[in-house]
Ligand binder design. Sequence first.
Ligand SMILES: Cc1cc2nc3c(=O)[nH]c(=O)nc-3n(C[C@H](O)[C@H](O)[C@H](O)COP(=O)(O)OP(=O)(O)OC[C@H]3O[C@@H](n4cnc5c(N)ncnc54)[C@H](O)[C@@H]3O)c2cc1C
Ligand SMILES: *[C@@H]1O[C@H](CO)[C@@H](O)[C@H](O)[C@H]1NC(C)=O
Ligand SMILES: *[C@@H]1O[C@H](CO)[C@@H](O)[C@H](O)[C@H]1NC(C)=O
Ligand SMILES: *[C@@H]1O[C@H](CO)[C@@H](O)[C@H](O)[C@H]1NC(C)=O
Ligand SMILES: *[C@@H]1O[C@H](CO)[C@@H](O)[C@H](O)[C@H]1NC(C)=O
Ligand SMILES: *[C@@H]1O[C@H](CO)[C@@H](O)[C@H](O)[C@H]1NC(C)=O
Length: 463
Amino acid sequence: MLTTCFFVAAALAARVHSHRFDPSAYAAEDVIERDFAIIGGGAAGTYAAISLADQNKTFTVVEVTDRLGGHTRTFRDEATGASIDIGVQLHENIPVVRDFFKRLNSPLAPFQPADFGNPKYYDFTKKVALTNYTRPTIEGDYVAMLSKYPFLDDLNNLPDNVPKELLLTWPEFAAKQNLSSGSAEAGLWWPATPGNPLDATALAIFNDGNHVELAEYTGAAVRSATHYNSQIYDNALAELKEHVLLKSSIIAAQRGSSRKDGVRLVANTPSGRKLIKAKQLIIAMPPVLDNAKYFALDQKERSILSKLSGKHYYAGVMNNTGLEAGVAYTNVGQNTPHHVASLPGVVEIAGSASPGYFFYWYNSVDPQTQEEIEEATRSTIKWLQSESGAKAVEPTFQDFADYSPFHLSPPTSDIANGWYGKMKGLQGYRNTWYISSLFVVGSTQIWNNTRNILPEIIDAARC
Ligand SMILES: Cc1cc2nc3c(=O)[nH]c(=O)nc-3n(C[C@H](O)[C@H](O)[C@H](O)COP(=O)(O)OP(=O)(O)OC[C@H]3O[C@@H](n4cnc5c(N)ncnc54)[C@H](O)[C@@H]3O)c2cc1C
Ligand SMILES: *[C@@H]1O[C@H](CO)[C@@H](O)[C@H](O)[C@H]1NC(C)=O
Ligand SMILES: *[C@@H]1O[C@H](CO)[C@@H](O)[C@H](O)[C@H]1NC(C)=O
Ligand SMILES: *[C@@H]1O[C@H](CO)[C@@H](O)[C@H](O)[C@H]1NC(C)=O
Ligand SMILES: *[C@@H]1O[C@H](CO)[C@@H](O)[C@H](O)[C@H]1NC(C)=O
Ligand SMILES: *[C@@H]1O[C@H](CO)[C@@H](O)[C@H](O)[C@H]1NC(C)=O
């Protein structure tokens, strides 16, 4: 069956006379023939790979970094045994999550709010402690409003006629809908909200702070029992190693319009150039143009994907901070609208379960370098040391992560013009599928949606 499929593909390749897509131009071991090519090995790509393996399908994962896991990242200090999750922390306690962790031999534990440390509030920009401030929590009016728009949980369900009020910025929306000041402020507090929160649309706030996120924040969250969220990805890599190309990326592609054509991809890998022949292509990387431009986009695909952009967000780990264990030092604007923290800057510095180690999150509208970010974080820590009367010590920066491009979206005017419907319409087009974060934000929903769409993808590979 495989042979029949690729017989046709070979004929197509011959017609276009492109040498780099011609298997005979490669050594036999550099031609990889599989049912599926998965590009990106984060939450979406790894889930797809494990699911396909369990269904005896063949695939290759092409991942640009040296690991699987994407936004899930755990710093492990072998010297001290410390294990600090600095990216993804929580999942909803539902079967798709429990099954995936169980499949990959990684124990879960209930999440406790104190896992993030007990918050203490400061305006890091103005350098003042906000001793009387407490962060509000979501109130009933937020929940009631969210329930009016059930399609916001997953933008696959967004109607073409998007309710206009959802395209207002969150502060405008909150004012117009008379949301309580607590809900208006708490809506901007979903963790890891990148960019200027005051510019976020109501649609984006509700899509992130949706029913799944609410459930997680009201007691239905689980986390890695050992604060080693990356364990599922490390175990997946150990199992799938021979089907994963790390430190690799696609530099050219040929994608047919009929299923029989399949796709051909040229990959740059540490062991040289490979030709990947696959029946279907699964895009599990952020499909911004910078990444997608190597995939031989046609006019229609280009007009849709070129609208996408992401925001900047960073994180890191340090020890030797002189800060108080178990505290989440949290940045709040003393006099800003809805108390949003000023940018660029540290979002929070949170004590981890490993004594002495803290992780920080950092938000900026414009891209910044690791040096700039660590310098700003160091300066914040120095101020916190003096503010709290702690000993002045030099923090040691141990790990750094750049999560850009994060929270992908098209411009608001394109959302009004049905962009999400057009994007959804690309599923399966020219043998290509999109499963990474785009319609939903968190891993729980990414896994659920990947599970839901996989039968269709597998079906498309039958030819
Ligand atoms: C700080 C932070 C905290 C978060 N906390 C949570 C949380 O607690 N719970 C939750 O559910 N979600 C959380 N999220 C959201 C998180 O983004 C999603 O959970 C999930 O990781 C997104 O999965 P993904 O597969 O779409 O993207 P990613 O996990 O980012 O995976 C994309 C992969 O594609 C790779 N890639 C990129 N470009 C290319 C290329 N050109 N070629 C090949 N590979 C490429 C990347 O290296 C990466 O491995 C958090 C995000 C951040 C940034
Ligand atoms: C996959 O192959 C194994 C071993 O041959 C077999 O036991 C299993 O039933 C197969 N699974 C599926 C979903 O076909
Ligand atoms: C905090 O509240 C207390 C008691 O109401 C008050 O005395 C104090 O001045 C307040 N501190 C700040 C920084 O506003
Ligand atoms: C909000 O409150 C104003 C003033 O009380 C009122 O005129 C308006 O109708 C209210 N809007 C909504 C959506 O409830
Ligand atoms: C910080 O980590 C370094 C490197 O792992 C270690 O040598 C050092 O002892 C740690 N310092 C503290 C105060 O924990
Ligand atoms: C998972 O997918 C199912 C089927 O579409 C849906 O009913 C359910 O709400 C989804 N759950 C989550 C947490 O996204």
